[in-house]
Design a protein around this ligand. Sequence first.
Ligand SMILES: Nc1ncnc2c1ncn2[C@@H]1O[C@H](COP(=O)(O)OP(=O)(O)O)[C@@H](O)[C@H]1O
Ligand SMILES: [Mg+2]
Length: 585
Amino acid sequence: MKGIDLALLRRLWPFVRPHRRHLVRGLLLLLLGSACRLTLPYLVKLAIDRHLTPGELVGIGWLAAAFVALGAIEMAARRRQMFEVDSAGQNALLDLRRRLFRHLQRLPASYYDRTPTGRVIGRLTTDVEALNELFSSGVVTVLGDLVFLASALAILLALDWRLTLATLLVVPPLGAVTMFVRGRVRRAYHAMRAELSAMNAFLHEQVGGMAVNQMFRREERVAADYDRISSGVRDAQLRTVRWESILSAAVEMLGSFTVALIVWFGGGHALAGGGAGDALTLGTLFAFIEYMQRFFAPLNDLSMKWAVLQNATTASRRIFALLDVDEALPEPAAPPPLPPARGEIVFDRVSFAYRGEPVLRELSFRVAPGERVALVGATGAGKTTVLKLLTRLYDPDEGRILLDGRDLREYPLRELRRRVALVAQDVFLFEGTILDNIRLGAPEIDDERARAAADRLHLDEFVARFPRGYQEPVRERGKNLSAGEKQLVSFARVLAAAPPVLALDEATSNVDSHTEHRLQEAVHELMAGRTSLAVAHRLSTVRDVDRILVLHRGRLVEEGSHAGLMARRGLYERLVRLQGMGEEA
Ligand SMILES: Nc1ncnc2c1ncn2[C@@H]1O[C@H](COP(=O)(O)OP(=O)(O)O)[C@@H](O)[C@H]1O
Ligand SMILES: [Mg+2]
């Protein structure tokens, strides 16, 4: 079947299964409603043939009452049925979204390196929404439609089989026309969604970079780009409207055509009387038209549901492709008893490449428990990468990294990250208060402890200027804090978590000398009493540490104390002389 992959759609079943009771109820209600719908025209036929035509009004009241009652039941059943089916759908999609999110949480940094954020979000929003259509458009109850169609057809044939067959001649052209137009409608919607997502991506970038645009006087050029993209959206929207209107006109016209056919064909038949037992009564003619229309409505829906099914196939393919990404860093199934945390780090001939070009080459070094070691080197030497491997954001391609004598890959990830904390160069703050950002929701860190950590780093100096102090809300990604303040918050996070090993990537943002001094004191405080591996850009940090490792193109080229390395007059001395490590990453 074109564009529809049942094997793929079947994979959705486990999500629907727990809520199938709603579906069954919905289907039963659909059948009840359909039965009522099919009875109504027959009641009118009886009223016309038994009462109106012969002029016999006794008993017509009962028919009217039955009509109202059945109509009411049909309405109630239909309302409840939609609710039941959507309950199954919404609950299944909730489960699916949860599952996807948990999956995203397990995917490693390497996955996010190569996957655009917008695409990941699209899986959980647009694609899940496409599956929602399966339920809201009634695809899942298509079985009910088929039962309805078969019953309507049986009734039509029983009423007048010749007239039925003659009228059904319009089904092939009706089908062909609507299929064609629907194809166009679908393509138009496809194009519109692409235009919309292009516009969203554009807006996302431009709003984020508004200040840069203003500084470089790009307003006019960017506005022209926006006009172009935005007009594209309008044109695409109008195309969908054009084809939608053609579709509804075509369906409407074919409906009228059918009625005309019945009236012309069957009307002549009814007047002629025909003598034989097959005379068509006025009531039958009326009922026939009614049934025929009720027959066409779901038939027409079927082609729409087909399109929904195709969209759902595409969405499922993407969603399951994401769920099938099996890249989570391997963890031991049954971790052996772990050594007590002392904080010894060993890199043993570690080689690593993000893609192709090696970044670390046979790197070996040891950091003793409690030792403070600085990593220095030019930009791109691989310093940040060393920290990423130590926190297992990535695994080495060759060699191994030991923490307290045990390969990192033998630690459960959560335990490893309890023992080694990373302070990254760019700080990520979440929505919430400053204190929330220090605790990061860790249950074992109460407000007391978070406060104490903040006080040790003298955060109160800047927090005091906020009306709500530590309870001050942090705006999107920390817009209301300065770079230095954000750094201090991220330091306080680590201090509150109190890990035995610290992996610190010193920020290179230029801060005033007062802040510089405070950050320096904070780093000193952070390193106290724990094994520290710090990428250092500031001379003051380097002087604080026990030992310095100099990295050059992923290799360890020098090591020693500041004084010793200066005396050597090698790469380190040159870096210091050029102030290279005083500024750049
Ligand atoms: N996520 C990544 N994907 C691909 N290449 C990367 C990635 N991160 C860093 N690199 C590359 O790896 C090299 C080392 O980067 P990094 O460890 O950040 O250097 P440093 O921190 O010493 O400046 C650089 O050439 C950089 O371009
Ligand atoms: Mg770096």
